[in-house]
Design a protein around this ligand. Structure first.
Ligand code: ITT
Length: 195
């Protein structure tokens, strides 16, 4: 079965391909031109649905199965920020490295060197007559220093619960097993099987 991903985030494409290896996973930009999708809802779930619906409609193929991921990191000492604003923490079109630097600075400004934090992923699946969403979470600690090159986004400053190293340093197998995205995709897998 073919799964069309409603994302232009290369890190997500790489991970979802790896986690959904029994499907033919294709970013929508391989099929049609990339277009801007306004994610203006205030939950991960609604923003994932906005992306999946927009790509489903643009594809113009009622049998297409579209999967979208809306995700982010929430830091306790920042009362849950950046949350749904994780991709645009330093502004629209912000770059991952700038966002990472700002988040570390904002935690440091609270007078601490780390804070409990969690990642959330909402996955939406849209196909003929069906709209479903599922969630996954990964808890851990957000640091004020970045270590390692693995993963993407905020991974170099995030230590998963039960570990001593960041997702930038740990073997990618750890993230594959534990991540918000892998937990959500396990549930999404059940929906996909039922289609
Ligand atoms: P699409 O909307 O095109 O999918 P995006 O990057 O704009 O791409 P989101 O709005 O869902 O996607 O923002 C998610 C941001 O949260 C992402 O840019 C990262 O900064 C962060 N993020 C999400 N999952 C992550 C992960 O597994 N590791 C590190 N950072 C992650």
């Amino acid at each position: 079965k073919k799964l069309v991903l409603a994302t232009s985030n290369k890190g997500k494409v790489r991970e979802i391909k790896e986690l959904c290896s029994e499907y033919e996973v294709v970013p929508y930009t391989d099929l049609i031109d990339a277009f801007e999708i306004i994610e203006d809802a205030d939950t991960f779930q609604e923003n994932a649905l906005i992306k999946a619906r927009a790509v489903y409609k643009a594809l113009g193929d009622e049998n297409a199965i579209v999967l979208a991921d809306d995700s982010g990191i929430s830091v306790d000492v920042l009362e849950g920020a950046p949350g749904i604003y994780s991709a645009r923490y330093t502004g629209e079109g912000a770059d991952d490295k700038e966002n990472l630097q700002k988040l570390m600075q904002d935690i440091k400004a609270k007078g601490v060197t780390s804070s409990p934090a969690h990642y959330t992923a909402a996955i939406a699946i849209v196909t003929k007559g069906i709209e479903k969403t599922v969630h996954g979470w990964m808890h851990g600690e957000a640091l004020t220093e970045a270590k390692g090159e693995g993963g993407f986004g905020y991974d170099p400053m995030f230590v998963p619960l039960g570990y001593e190293k960041t997702l930038g340093e740990l073997d990618e197998k750890v993230k594959k097993e534990l991540s918000h995205r892998s937990q959500a995709l396990k549930l999404a897998g059940k929906i996909l099987k039922s289609l």
